[in-house]
Design a protein around this ligand. Sequence first.
Ligand code: ADP
Length: 621
Amino acid sequence: MAFEEHPPIPILDAVPALVWSGGPDGRADYVNPSWSRFTGRERCDLIGSGWHSALHPDDLRRVLDALTPAHGETHEFQMAVRVRNSGERYQAFLISISTNPEPRDGSVSFCAAAIKTCNGDEARDASDAPSPDRDSPWTRAPMMVWSARADGYLDFVNDRWMNHTGLTLDEARGSGWQSAIHPDDLNGALLAWRKLIDSRAEGACECRMGSKARGYRWSVSVANPLCDVSGSVIRWYGALLDIEDRKRAEDKLGLSQDCLDDAQRLTRTGSFAFDPRTGALCWSREMYRIYGYEESAKPSLDRILARTHHEDVGNVARVFDQIAVERHDVDTEHRLLMPDGTIKEIRMLAHPVIHRGNLYRYAGTVIDVTEARASARRLQEAHAELAHATRIATLGELTASIAHEVSQPLTAIETNGAASLRWLRRDTPDLQEVTLAIERIRRDARRANDVIRQLRALARKDVSARKPGSINAVIRDALPLAQSQLMRDHVTLELDLDVGLPRIELDVVQMQQVIINLVTNASQAMSGIVDRARKLTMRTLPNDRGGVRVIVRDAGTGFPDNHNETMFTPFFTTKPNGMGMGLSISRTIIESHGGTIWMLNNAGPGAQVIFDLPGLDDRVA
Ligand code: ADP
């Protein structure tokens, strides 16, 4: 088909660039004179498809493809091409083409302009797309900039890059740049670079850049490929940003995060932040360990509840519901049931963070107290064992007293039994006397039985049977066991027991042990006293907090030290055969009943030991 030449366009005829336009199939109807000057061919030879032969065959296909856009839309694109000059050598050009559909018939016309990109330097192959010019603004850009050919061959670095690494462009060219990367980071950087080249995608990698002499600084290198329409990479452009300060801050943060993680792991304390308005939850690494989740799991209230023991789940859900409206501090304990069936005991503490009067979030901790609770239980058991052992030891010491308490009623029974027989054997049996004697026998049998029952209870090992009771009854029941000790030490006992005392919750056996300890101590403290009456007073009275107070007062030697801490320390004793456990165990028992115990020396001779126990109402409150 004959092609009509476009009339000359003065301005385009003068520009130092190849300019041409045409119609469908890439046939030109106008080429400017620069085409002829550059290719050494007549313009008429270039018109139509004549200009095609001036392009490198590898590039022509891409250009022609680009000239026939889908749906005949307006389209603009750039690409690097090689154009053969009058000396039959290829030179690199950057062409810019726009295609426009003809409003008349929808056919596509195009306009194109091409600028030489490397002066005098001939393009050698397809990857030889233009590299930034040494005079381009990139050279003095306030960051490190580089550029590489499609195959990764580096051929441009700017001044800042060279200043930082101490390498010249010639030294950096090709793969020379690798010597500017810290040896420890080189493998990673090369791997990342290889990946980018293969994927032809934009990417980044962090590495230390510099030199041994100048030192290294952390930078992030971002690379971006310039592609043609077919998606082939023409050239890579990259920039390096200095991130040394950020890296240091990150390291510092990382270190303190590690310390925090270690501390949390050691103390088994996880932390969390909860936004009650949105339900958003974030938590620390230890939380994953406590709740047994992978670190990839997204923290959520559902996950917390999923691990909570089914008997406690209602309470925990309620706590989270309440804090959304009430803004109060949280301190709760509950159990977790782990997938392997183990049970963890958890203490959860949280408090609201208020920002400008609004509830901002809840900051909280979760402490795995399983071990601590188990140790506390073991300690409690050990205390109970010890208490039992000392009780047995005390009973051993009180054998004489107990034997006396039992044998006395037995002797009386024997006597009354013999008398009854005598009265019965009379010609006229004296039934009235027999009746009285049998009543005495029953009373004495009860007395002996009581002592044995007390003895059994004290010797038993079972613990903690607390129930409401009267401290006066406990004292009355315990005293017979210590009776013979008092008799041996010639001590007079005076009881002053208030009848209007509140009831208290107590473990009778444990409380009797306290009474026996205190009475025995007081009696022993008076055993050597000769210049005054050996009087022991046991007094009970209501205290001012609705509970009861018990005072065991003696006229003995007084405590060798006025310090409660010394006297109540386990194994502290001034007695040749003492164990030093009496006061210590008494304190444990009283404190486990919610009470307090202390000692003080009298203004005159002797000392007193006092303890308070809470009344039942008090405990309920
Ligand atoms: P132990 O009676 O085996 O020594 P305790 O713990 O009961 O053990 O008492 C510790 C020490 O406290 C006694 O050795 C004694 O020095 C002192 N002590 C206890 N009660 C009295 C008391 N009522 N008067 C004087 N000292 C006492």
